[in-house]
Design a protein around this ligand. Structure first.
Ligand code: ZN
Length: 227
């Protein structure tokens, strides 16, 4: 399938919110969309196929699928993939966002720190465990604070690389808040580094994405990065 066809049909017949459509378009335009194609499968079909695939994986490892502890494992994994940890691949799950006019004329930085999330490394399909910090300088719109957490979680619930996750949150808030003045930083532990490979139990990775004044002004950037 060509990319053009994939892009056109990716949404399928699902009813997407106007916000989800705008966000998705912006990510594609910025080259920041998660590489995905529309395989035409429904959620139920995805669940069935993944379940079957994990029956193969578990029995190939030499584990006994008739043991009552293991029997439901392929089912649990398939359900977890489709409904939970990879549910952010489905734009019909994009959070309902309330953005309101900035009638109070808030013009100072709004910053939300210590947003905890877990995601999944797309190279190894193991856990990324981290915290995000998000700030913006309100222009015409302000957003309900819990919605920022929900946006972080939506994009975390995909196979990810931390750099892309950081940028996806930035662009999403820029689109919804109608301003470039947004900043995102993420500090995360990658279990593919901790639990395998180099087995480093203590390192963490910081990524930052800055827009507008956060990029141009040392003072604004400093205020964001401090604490
Ligand atoms: Zn990894």
């Amino acid at each position: 399938m060509s990319i053009a066809v994939a892009e056109k049909t990716n949404v399928g017949s699902l009813v997407l919110s106007e916000e989800a459509i705008r966000v998705r378009e912006a990510l594609i335009n910025h080259g920041l969309e998660t590489p995905m194609i529309d395989n035409g499968l429904t959620t139920e079909e995805k669940y069935q196929r993944i379940k079957q695939s994990f029956e193969d994986v578990v029995s190939t490892l030499g584990l006994d699928l008739t043991d009552d502890s293991l029997a439901e494992t392929p089912h649990r994994i398939a359900k977890m993939y489709v409904k939970e940890i990879f549910s952010g691949l489905d734009y019909s799950q994009f959070p309902k966002i309330t953005v309101i006019d900035n009638k109070m004329k808030v013009d100072e930085m709004v910053k939300v720190s210590n947003i905890s999330f877990t995601s999944t490394c797309e190279h190894h399909f193991v856990t990324i465990d981290g915290f995000a910090k998000v700030a913006y300088l309100p222009k015409n719109k302000i957003i309900g604070l819990s919605k920022i957490n929900r946006i972080v979680r939506f994009f975390a619930q995909r196979p990810q690389v931390q750099e892309r996750l950081t940028q996806q949150i930035l662009v999403t808030l820029q689109v919804l808040l109608e301003t470039d003045n947004v900043a995102v930083s993420i500090d995360a532990t990658h279990y593919c580094v901790k639990a395998r490979g180099v087995m480093d139990a203590s390192s963490s990775t910081q990524t930052t994405a800055l827009g507008g004044l956060f990029k141009r002004s040392d003072k604004t950037r400093g205020e964001f990065l401090a604490s």
